[in-house]
Design a protein around this ligand. Structure first.
Ligand code: ADP
Length: 448
């Protein structure tokens, strides 16, 4: 087992990884930018190394600086968290050539599955349903129009290298397809330096349901059931829960088995998430695979009792999975609300600044994953998520009641957050009935 790990990330996920390492008796080295120099979690690591200025390119995305820090601190492995370099195959390769273990999938599996077009090809091979659409990249308008005619409107244009809901456009007719194609290509080029886009059928009023998987280097692969992440704003998740209130047991089993088939076909190792869209008739189609730990991993930890970060570390160290499929149970119900420093009243504009008052919720079945504290200054340079509130209950009704109670205890001032929106969601009739879809928040809750 490793004795020292470097954490190439920041915020709540850096703290989450420190916590897992401490319980495993592994020393931690955390890197940070000048914007994060006052973060309290730095003191919880065994060593903290400043690697540069606030812009990610100078720090959290700067491969030479991170690798130098790893060499100076003499670590055996790097945990990339999520975002930043987590799905960067070049970074994983640099780690390998420096004989530092990258805590994630092997470079080859990451490259294959990280590209959405290639992922769809693998899915077909593994008999996992894909959304009807282009088999490969679409680059000219003529081909796009022809395909849309074949599969029928609405269609969605997506960036092959996409992530975070960027580079995506829904088109309902030829006119919006022409405009959307150009806009998506430009946005993809801008965000990912790769303008490759593809087109697929837009699944209307679909649900986003994803399956957590784990695979080791010894040929063992298991799933840890699903998470329902249908509550989104601009294709970004806001609330996640497990189990999904919308799946029959039969569909759940098929969905999970499909996910395992795909990761086996891809030669995947470590933790991963296979994302699906589920339509109104419970037909499911694969969206993509996320080759990293996800923000919403705690809901799975709450229902299965398995620590996903520890499993990731064990797998990277070459150990076999600590669990067998038949021992993994989905017990009770868990919900996560993402607490973002954004003002829902002002079109979710980010709210950087100092938190002067903070009272965190607690009590039975409540978990808060957050690095913030009273006096913490939220830097303007990074993602606006400042923490996650996760609850577990025996039933979905208990989990919802618990989430409402915990949200009402949660006090942050003067920074505005998504807490009031979560309160509204937890009392919404459609949410209570479990009938929301990916467009629900914008169509119903935020419609003026
Ligand atoms: P990203 O990598 O940017 O997160 P995904 O492929 O995971 O992109 O899709 C994110 C979200 O976009 C989905 O959860 C869903 O809400 C929406 N979406 C993507 N593809 C489709 C589709 N074919 N039909 C309907 N919605 C879609």
């Amino acid at each position: 087992m490793f004795t020292k790990i470097l954490i190439a990330n920041r915020g709540e996920i850096a703290l989450r990884i420190i916590r897992a390492c401490r319980e495993m008796g592994i020393q931690t080295v955390v890197v940070y930018s000048t914007a994060d120099r006052d973060a309290a979690y730095l003191k919880l690591a065994d060593q903290a190394i400043c690697i540069g200025d606030a812009p990610p390119i100078d720090s959290y995305l700067n491969i030479p600086r991170i690798v130098s820090a790893a060499e100076v601190a003499d670590v055996q492995a790097i945990h990339p968290g999520y975002g930043f370099l987590a799905e960067n195959a070049h970074f994983a390769e640099v780690c390998r050539s420096c004989k530092i273990e990258f805590i994630g999938p092997p470079v080859e599996a990451m490259s294959a599955i990280g590209d959405k077009v290639e992922c769809k090809r693998l899915a077909k091979k593994a008999r996992v349903p894909t959304v009807p659409g282009s088999d490969g990249a679409i680059d000219d308008e003529k081909a796009a129009l022809k395909l849309a005619e074949q599969i029928g409107y609405p269609v969605i244009i997506k960036a092959a290298a996409g992530g975070g809901g960027r580079g995506m456009r829904v088109a309902h007719n030829d006119v919006s397809l022409r405009a959307g194609l150009k806009a998506a290509q430009a946005e993809a080029e801008n965000a990912f330096k790769d303008s490759t886009v593809y087109i697929e059928k837009y699944v209307e009023q679909g649900r986003h349901v994803e399956v957590q998987v784990l695979a080791d280097a010894h040929g063992n692969a298991v799933h840890l059931y699903e998470r329902d992440c249908s509550l989104q704003r601009r294709h970004q998740k806001l609330v996640e829960e497990s189990p999904s209130p919308a799946l029959s047991q039969e569909v759940r089993e098929e969905l999970c088995a499909s996910a395992v088939r795909l990761i086996k076909a891809a030669g995947y190792q470590n933790a991963g998430t296979v994302e699906f869209l589920v339509d109104q008739n419970q037909n499911f189609y694969i969206l993509e695979v996320n080759a990293r730990i996800q923000v919403e991993h705690p809901v799975t930890e709450m229902v299965t009792g398995i620590d996903l970060i520890k499993e990731q570390i064990r797998i990277a160290a070459g150990e076999p999975l600590s669990v067998r499929q038949k021992d993994i149970k989905q017990v009770g119900h868990a919900i996560e609300c993402r607490i973002n420093a954004e003002d829902p009243q002002k079109n979710f504009t980010p709210q950087p600044g100092t938190i002067t008052e903070l009272r965190l919720p607690g009590g039975p079945g409540v978990r808060v994953d957050s690095h913030v504290y009273a006096g913490y200054r939220i830097p303007p340079n990074y993602d606006s998520m400042i923490g996650k509130l996760i609850v577990h209950g025996a039933t979905r009704a208990e989990a919802i009641a618990r989430m409402k109670r915990a949200l009402s205890e949660f006090h942050i001032a003067p920074i505005r957050t998504t807490i009031p929106l979560h309160m509204q969601i937890m009392s919404n009739q459609n949410f209570l009935a479990g009938t929301v879809d990916t467009g629900f928040i914008e169509r119903v809750l935020l419609a003026k």
